[in-house]
Design a protein around this ligand. Structure first.
Ligand code: ZN
Length: 275
C-alpha cells in the first residue's frame, strides 16, 4: 500500500468528518519571505511579504506560545508592540503578554482565527501580573476578566491597569480597531476618562474576555492592502452595546452559516513560492 502523508489524509478527511486540519501551506512555511514588507489583501483574506519576527523578549512584554510560530508581522506591527511594551514599562502596569500574531508569511491559519492573515493583527492578554518565565510558554493560560455567558465581570482579576493598557493601545494612531468582549467594553464605558474618543475603536465581539485583539490600519504605500471601513461614529457605549447579550452568538451563528471564502489575492501565490 502506498503511504499517504498525514497532512494529505487529514485534508481528505476534514471535509467529510469535520476534522480540523493541523496544517496548511501557510502554516508549513517556517520563515518570512525576502523583499520589501507588504501587507496584501484583507485581514481575513490576505498574506504578508517581507514579514519580521517579534523578539520573544522585550521591554515591558514577553511572547507566549512560541511553538505555534505565529509571532510575525509587518514591521509596523512589530514597532507598535515594542512601543506599547515601552509604555507599559514606563507606567509600571506589569508584564504585557503577546499571543498569536501572524504566521511567517501570514495567510489563513489552519486553526484558531479567521483573520490575522495580512500581518497587521495581534492578540494581547489582559492579565498583567505574570512574571517573566523561560521556555516556550506553551502551556501558560490566560485569565478570564469577564464571564462571557453570564455577562458579569471577574473583579478578582480585573483592575484599572487593564483599562489603562487597552486605552494606551487604542490611542495609538496606527490602530484601526480593537476587539474586546462587550461586557469588558461596558466596564470601560463606565470608567471616567479625560478623553473618550478612543472608545470608538473598541469593538465588542464574541469571546475576547481574556485577551484583546489589536488591528492596525494598512501601512502607508502598501497599495494591495485592504483597510476595513472605520467604526461607526461615537463611543459605541449606548444602544450598540446594549444590544449585546449572552445569546447573541447562537443567533449570529444561525444567521451567518458556513460561508465559502473567496480565493486569496493573486500576489499571495508569489509570496508563498518566494525564497
Ligand atoms: Zn485575535
Amino acid at each position: 500500500m502506498r503511504l499517504i502523508s498525514l497532512a494529505a489524509l487529514l485534508a481528505i478527511l476534514a471535509p467529510m468528518q469535520g476534522i480540523a486540519t493541523t496544517s496548511n501551506a501557510w502554516s508549513n512555511i517556517p520563515a518570512p519571505s525576502d523583499g520589501e514588507a507588504e501587507s496584501i489583501g484583507g485581514y481575513a483574506n490576505g498574506c504578508l511579504n517581507g514579514g519580521e519576527a517579534l523578539p520573544a523578549e522585550g521591554r515591558g512584554y514577553q511572547v507566549v506560545r512560541l511553538s505555534r510560530n505565529r509571532y510575525y508581522g509587518h514591521p509596523a506591527l512589530i514597532d507598535f508592540i515594542q512601543d506599547l511594551g515601552n509604555r507599559v514599562a514606563d507606567k509600571n502596569l506589569g508584564l504585557m503578554l503577546v499571543a498569536d500574531m501572524n504566521q511567517p508569511r501570514g495567510g489563513p491559519m489552519p486553526s484558531g482565527h479567521s483573520s490575522h492573515q495580512s500581518g497587521l493583527d495581534a492578540d494581547i492578554w489582559l492579565p498583567l501580573d505574570y512574571k517573566r518565565i523561560d521556555g516556550k510558554r506553551d502551556h501558560l493560560k490566560s485569565v478570564a476578566m469577564a464571564d462571557r455567558h453570564k455577562f458579569t465581570m471577574n473583579y478578582d482579576a480585573w483592575s484599572d491597569r487593564q483599562g489603562e493598557l487597552i486605552r494606551l493601545a487604542a490611542e495609538d494612531p496606527r490602530v484601526a480597531r480593537i476587539f474586546l468582549n462587550p461586557r469588558i467594553k461596558m466596564e470601560l464605558c463606565n470608567m471616567e476618562w479625560e478623553d473618550r474618543r478612543w472608545l470608538r475603536k473598541i469593538r465588542p465581539w464574541f469571546k475576547h474576555h481574556s485577551h484583546f485583539h489589536v488591528r492596525l490600519k494598512c501601512p502607508q504605500g502598501n497599495a494591495a492592502c485592504k483597510n476595513q471601513a472605520p467604526p461607526p461614529a461615537g463611543d459605541g457605549c449606548g444602544k450598540e452595546l446594549a444590544e449585546w447579550h449572552p445569546d447573541k452568538r447562537k443567533l449570529w451563528k444561525k444567521s451567518s452559516g458556513k460561508k465559502s471564502r473567496p480565493p486569496l489575492p493573486q500576489q499571495c501565490n508569489q509570496v508563498l513560492s518566494r525564497k
